[in-house]
Design a protein around this ligand. Structure first.
Ligand code: R5P
Length: 297
């Protein structure tokens, strides 16, 4: 008999859990996080997980307040006799601190990987920020699978922006931008970005004027403060290019970043790895497929 894992959604993971449940008829588990008056959390899993595999589906943007409840969920499931405990995290946080940039700093991507690898038996995520780390398994010691949004983004651009010139704001974005461009046979440019601080970047835009008749589509993995997108959009406006579309995989949007980017007049579309008003590209199917490949094989 095939395993029927139990799905435990946390922090808004319900719609993905429902999609997996509908595809494979895995049970939707019942879990509550009780917050005590002092802010401490008690995890309670109401479903029986004894001798069952468990899949925790958790949106992990803004992770600091979520981390302890997440790890306690894994511990609780294990105490209740769960066999294997997997984590589906559409957005994987802490990947950008991937080296010691200044003396005295820690390498958070390694520490976060160590924590997750200690408490979970496997990880599925979408387009983690792999820059200096080339593979999740460089830092995760459990089977860790990175899915890619490129096919789905390419299909969206092909339908909605047939005259696209794709642009990546920096060398790191080249992995997504070049692949999407090849899939839809569109031209692409990789720009130069120099980050001067959390809220300040300089982006240079050589050769853009060659593509005056195209619609610029900026693609980046993360939109956080939005300054990378805003700086690029300002150059495009100065060159009187057609109105741009900004596509981000992970809609982090700190503070008023979304409103500020909207004010530039750019159209903003993100994938639903983080729930946000700008979500327009649905990656639930990618996660359902990946879970099926693991448990239905
Ligand atoms: C960094 O290298 C990432 O790929 C993004 O370019 C970056 O996180 C965007 O951040 P922000 O929106 O704050 O400019």
């Amino acid at each position: 008999m095939k395993h029927r894992p139990i799905l435990l959604p946390l922090f808004g993971g319900e719609s993905i859990a429902n999609a997996i449940h509908e595809a494979f008829d895995y049970s939707l588990g019942d879990i509550t996080l009780h917050q005590f008056p002092d802010g401490e959390t008690m995890v309670r899993i109401h479903s029986c997980v004894q001798d069952q595999d468990v899949i925790v589906i958790a949106n992990l943007d803004h992770p600091n307040n979520k981390l302890l409840p997440l790890l306690f969920t894994a511990e609780t499931a294990r105490d209740l006799g769960a066999k294997k405990i997997g984590l589906v995290a559409p957005y994987l946080p802490y990947m950008r601190q991937d080296k010691q940039f200044h003396g005295g700093e820690g390498i958070s991507s390694v520490y976060f990987a160590r924590l997750v690898s200690t408490y979970f038996d496997g990880l599925v995520t979408i387009d983690p920020h792999l820059h200096r780390w080339h593979d999740l398994n460089d830092i995760y010691t459990i089977p860790a699978k990175a899915l890619h949004a490129t096919d789905t983004i390419a299909a969206w651009i092909k339908t909605h922006v047939p005259d696209a010139i794709l642009m990546g704001p920096d060398a790191e974005s080249s992995q997504w931008v070049s692949e999407i461009a090849h899939k839809i046979d569109a031209p692409f440019l990789i720009l130069d970005k120099e980050r001067q601080g959390d809220h300040s970047v300089k982006v240079s835009t050589p050769n853009i004027a060659l593509y005056q008749n195209h619609s610029p589509v900026l693609v980046d993995d993360i939109i956080s403060t939005g300054v990378t997108m805003m700086e690029t959009v300002s150059h495009l406006k100065a060159l009187e290019m057609k109105p741009p579309v900004c596509i981000g995989i992970h809609a982090l949007f700190s503070d008023d970043a979304y409103e500020n980017l909207q004010k530039t007049g750019a159209k903003i579309i993100t994938c639903n790895t983080i729930l946000h008003a700008s979500n327009g590209i649905d990656l639930k199917g990618n996660l359902v497929h990946a879970v099926g490949a693991i448990f239905e094989a």
